[in-house]
Design a protein around this ligand. Structure first.
Ligand code: EPU
Length: 421
């Protein structure tokens, strides 16, 4: 298990390139199960979660070929079994994304039921309820979801009780090959859902309304292969911008998609950042000034993303003033707070809100990462600390941030990885 060693106190300066979006790449790879033709996925980020998804597809018999540009071709014509084993699902909950495609194309699937995780209980009842409404019979036995369809799934009008990103994606994929029309009401509007819909359309699916809360899918008999470029990662983009703002720096992120970051850019401006937004780049300049504390509330897109609240907590920890951060999507996403307080932050948790009173400076300390975005927030806290911070359990960060220490180093940060035996 590696750990990161950070010597804080440097303002980030320079330019970096943003990778493809993890949360778009995962469903797009799963969509490869919907066709017997090869699907070539480009701009894939180099992340442990992507490797896990490719391993999962591989253990079902899907052939994977990587070309010299690191584009990955998945070919499901060779599929041999329809089982997603617990050993993989427990390391990555997004494995549930194979359920809809398998059931829709092969009429059956067995997927280990994901357990709770560090950020909440995270049930998948919305996924299974919608598939049942489409005619599947689903049971949970020995920790596995066993799903069967008698012939094709049937299109249905579905009202999701709550907005779920992977739930919407799973059902949208299942509906592409169902008989008749499926309408998903209260659908997730996240840009990654739109990216998946665009890929499915290129594969021959009939989808409209993606990006709104009502998605309409007319089932087709079959889908074909295609070549698809994954959208840039908006959470990676936001994380570097917040790190630059917290360190009073000046950076430019390139190859990104600014419109997907509106709520985040708005908060960065409130924090005092000067922004210059290009077609596919964002330049942030704090002009050496201390950030101002901001208050925010997470909610499904287009509101402020839950995946970025921990990073803003780190910014608020050293900002001028007091900011409050309310988490409405997950019930337990404040584990980083206790670690930041060990670094001298002044943060208290009140129900689903944290109140952060900015301090002049944090003090480096050994801290432990509990989940992906919490890890990112602890790295930001390390960057704004006096002296050294070590962040343990960074396997979390490698799930979602490509080459994080190299990218931060190129922005001037003093950060290195230490192997721990
Ligand atoms: N929920 C249910 N029942 C369901 C599905 C969801 O109660 O059947 C609840 C969840 O427990 C949660 C809320 O609904 O309280 C929203 O969860 P959602 O299903 O939208 O989350 P997800 O699809 O499991 C994706 C991202 C997460 C991101 C959330 C919210 C992927 C692979 N993961 O998760 O990303 O936080 O949407 O935007 O797309 C991350 O990248 O670090 C990450 C956790």
């Amino acid at each position: 298990m590696d750990r990161l060693l950070i010597s804080g106190g440097v303002s980030l300066e320079g330019e970096i390139r943003i990778a493809g979006a993890k949360n778009s790449a995962l469903p797009v790879l799963a969509a490869g199960l919907l066709t017997r033709e090869p699907l070539t996925v480009c701009n894939l980020p180099h992340l442990v979660d992507i490797t896990t998804m490719l391993q999962l597809l591989g253990c079902m018999g899907v052939q994977r070929t990587v070309d010299e540009k690191m584009n990955v071709q998945v070919d499901a014509s060779t599929i041999g079994n329809l089982n997603a084993p617990y050993e993989l699902v427990r390391t990555m909950r997004a494995s549930i994304l194979v359920l809809g495609p398998l059931l829709s194309r092969y009429g059956e699937a067995e997927v280990a039921l994901p357990g709770g995780c560090a950020i909440g209980s995270r049930p998948v009842n919305q996924h299974t309820a919608a598939l049942r409404a489409m005619g599947a019979s689903i049971s949970v036995e020995n920790g596995y979801i066993r799903a069967r369809a008698d012939g094709r799934l049937k299109g249905a009008r579905l009202f999701m009780d709550l907005v779920t990103v992977t739930g919407t994606e799973n059902i949208m994929m299942a509906a592409t090959l169902a008989e008749g029309q499926t309408i998903i009401e209260n659908a997730a509007r996240e840009p990654e859902v739109v990216d998946l819909a665009n890929c499915l359309k290129r594969m021959g699916a009939d989808i409209s309304g993606h990006g709104s809360d009502t998605i309409v899918i007319n089932g087709v008999d079959e889908l074909r292969g295609c070549r698809y470029d994954i959208m840039p990662d908006r959470i990676e983009t936001g994380t570097y911008l917040i790190a630059a703002a917290a360190t009073r720096g000046h950076i430019k992120v390139k190859d990104t998609e600014p419109p997907a970051l509106e709520s985040v850019l708005n908060k960065l401006e409130q924090a005092g950042a000067a922004l210059r937004v290009g077609k596919d780049s964002i330049e942030l300049d704090m002009r050496g000034r201390r950030p101002k504390a901001v208050s925010l509330r997470t909610a499904p897109y287009p509101a402020f993303p839950t995946d970025m609240q921990a990073q803003f907590t780190a910014l608020n920890a050293v900002a001028a003033g007091t900011g409050s951060i309310t988490e409405t999507v997950f019930e337990n996403r404040f584990m980083h707070v206790h670690e930041m307080n060990r670094m001298g932050a002044n943060i208290r948790v009140e129900g689903n809100t944290v109140i952060v009173e900015g301090v002049d400076q944090l003090n480096g300390a050994p801290v432990m990462a509990t989940d992906l975005r919490a890890s990112a927030s602890l790295i930001i806290a390390g960057l704004v600390s006096r002296n050294e911070t070590t962040v343990d359990r960074i396997y979390h960060i490698d799930r979602g941030y490509e080459c994080i220490e190299e990218k931060l180093q190129s922005l001037g940060a003093r950060i290195s990885r230490m192997p721990v035996r």
